[in-house]
Design a protein around this ligand. Sequence first.
Ligand code: GUN
Length: 279
Amino acid sequence: MANLIDGKRISQEIKEELKTRVEQLKAQGINGCLAVIQVGADPASSVYVRNKKRACAYIGIESRSYELAEETTEEELLSLIGKLNADPDVNGILVQLPVPAQINESKIIRAISPAKDVDGFHPQNVGALVSGLPGYVSCTPAGVIQLLKRSGISIEGKHCVVAGRSNIVGKPMSLLMLRENATVTIAHSKTKCLREVCRQADILIVAVGKPKMFDASYIKEGAVVIDVGIHRDAENNLCGDVDFDSVLTQVEAITPVPGGVGPMTIAMLMNNCVEALTR
Ligand code: GUN
């Protein structure tokens, strides 16, 4: 029977640890503040932003909201980021993505001071990850590492296939697994014989953005499967990139959707915010 990797429980455990750490820092007179910027009112983004602010309140750090109009110009957003970079009371800055088309996302990411980049998206933080230097790590992949470690799943020497190569998940995920001494293969939409490649994985991490694409034929008996996708299926139920019901009998352990990787992203964002307090 497959073990379910409980992201809800593990994320709660991490938030409790962070709450204690924040109390200790407060006793030393160190207070945190995360600036959260949202441009426009995309409903999904609004839900994420609300949950991030809620998590800040839960662990005991302040959050400041900047809700900007859809028509906000790149210059206006850059000017706000400049002010927040210079504000000593603000430790972390987060611009919820995606931003509207008139704003260059890459330019925005590069404008945030690397020292306040709690998303870990700035090229300096990405470069630090590549070079094995300290820096902020992208929250979702960092959360996957915590899921594996806190579930007692060993990584060293295992063959890990990461399906997906986005800047936010696939690429940093591969580097983190490499840092944990896995043998890493990055697969993507142009990979030949994708099914066969995935079937070689001891640990398969899927972040391709295609509902239920990975059925039993992609998975080796006894593999650990981490599903980063989140979608609504035809019946309006949440589902991942993995066809959960089809693979359940052959996996050793798997993350459910919802309640797997999802809750970990915010827990690791909070971890980065707490790290920002002691830099
Ligand atoms: N949009 C989707 N995921 C993320 C994330 O992790 N951080 C930010 N800033 N925007 C996102």
